[in-house]
Design a binder for this molecule. Structure first.
Ligand code: ATP
Length: 372
């Protein structure tokens, strides 16, 4: 696991050496994770990588086979869900259909023995936070999906948890509403200063919402760090392709700052003088295109436009080199000469040395867990 950032005394949530097995299947294979107080933390990874299992263990809905769960310095691994100051918002809103919005949100408080004006005030404040005060008297079936999800959020927030867990809470919503709620969720989280742990398999959602992320793969954390660090410096090919798009290049070091690739010898920063294998990644938006090429710039590769996807805001080009290598490049729709190339055109692609990222070899596949 690659972890950026030094150890911080303000960790709100710490997971240490977490293992979880279902029969012979290893769902979590040694998870170490620290989350800061007031952080919007994204847990990102493909379907089945263990995100929900991790969240359920944090919430106390599932027990780990080994490892520690620590919240605000207190080990809580042995505590049942209702004794942890943690609330979860699920993808399915799970509202009580026969209760009004107000009753749904107040339910947990009444279960804890609170009554009357206290409940009314707390419920009203929570409904205000998610901007659905006007719907307090409605039943869930009289609300849209987005409004129901706001109720589910209010129902979790009303308990004033130390940590709010969100398990793909927006994935049942249509794209436009989803984008809107992503932004509102961020604003809410900042306003409350509450620690949010947000599970998603949607990389764009993680980019929009998260301060830091952990990218998971097959029960392990492959990389963890600030979202922009992980995007700009992916550690492995898996991360480079899962978070955003990437061109991957296999090559061999050919001296200081030199890698021999199928595109020719490229200048790459930080390569020692050796002949070791090197795997490189470059993001499509870092590649520059020109009809004429540039004077004195290294890493210019002649290409032809094989395909073009117009998306309004940008053009996505599929390029092909003389040796038959493919490269993806995107150019913003800026009314300049870097935009508007046509299929079949001969161009020069520039791969800036600082944009070529050296990747680590892929980690070993998960091992069967040792019996504790
Ligand atoms: P998704 O994005 O699809 O929800 P996920 O990353 O949240 O996936 P988990 O739900 O944590 O994945 O599941 C991880 C793996 O553990 C999956 O392969 C799943 O089939 C398996 N698994 C989860 N719960 C159980 C269970 N109760 N019994 C057996 N296997 C389980």
């Amino acid at each position: 696991t690659v972890i950026s950032g030094a150890r911080d005394p303000d960790w709100d949530v710490e997971l240490r050496g977490l293992y979880k097995r279902f029969g012979d299947f290893v769902a979590l294979d040694g998870i170490d994770l620290q989350i800061r107080r007031g952080e919007f933390f994204g847990l990102l990874g493909p379907s089945g990588c263990g995100k929900t299992t991790l969240l359920r263990i944090l919430a106390g809905l599932e027990m780990a086979d080994a490892g520690a769960v620590v919240i605000r310095g207190r080990p809580v691994g042995h505590l049942p869900a209702h004794k942890r100051n943690v609330n979860t918002v699920f993808q399915s809103y799970a509202l009580f259909p026969f209760m009004t919005v107000e009753e749904n949100v107040g339910f947990g408080l009444r279960m804890r023995g609170l009554r009357g004006e206290t409940v009314r005030k707390k419920v009203a404040a929570a409904l205000e936070l998610v901007e659905i005060g006007a719907f307090a008297g409605r039943k869930p079936h009289e609300l849209s999906g987005g409004q129901q999800q706001r109720v589910a959020l209010a129902r979790a927030l009303v308990n004033e948890p130390e940590v709010l867990l969100l398990d793909e809470p927006l994935s049942a919503l249509d794209a436009k509403l989803r984008k809107q709620l992503q932004v509102q969720l961020c604003e809410l989280q900042r306003r409350l200063g509450m620690t949010f742990i947000f599970v998603t398999h949607d990389q764009e959602e993680a980019l929009v919402t998260s301060d830091r992320v952990a990218v998971m793969r097959a029960g392990r954390i492959e990389q963890m760090g600030l979202i922009d660090e992980v995007y700009e410096r992916p550690a492995t090919a898996f991360v480079a392709e899962f978070l955003g798009a990437s061109n991957l290049l296999q090559g061999t070091a050919c001296g200081t700052d030199c890698v021999d690739t199928p595109l020719g010898k490229l200048k790459v920063l930080g390569i020692p003088a050796s002949h070791e294998p090197v795997q490189l990644a470059i993001r499509p938006e870092k590649i520059q295109l020109s009809r004429t090429g540039w004077d004195l710039l290294p890493n210019q590769v002649p290409v032809r436009v094989e395909n073009l996807i117009y998306t309004g805001a940008e053009n996505q080009y599929l390029l092909r080199t003389a040796q038959g290598q493919h490269l993806k490049a995107t150019a913003l729709n800026m009314d300049n000469e870097d935009f508007g190339f046509e299929i079949g055109e001969a161009l020069v692609a520039h791969l800036p040395p600082k944009s070529l990222i050296r990747l680590q070899p892929a980690p070993l596949p998960p091992s069967p867990m040792e019996d504790p």
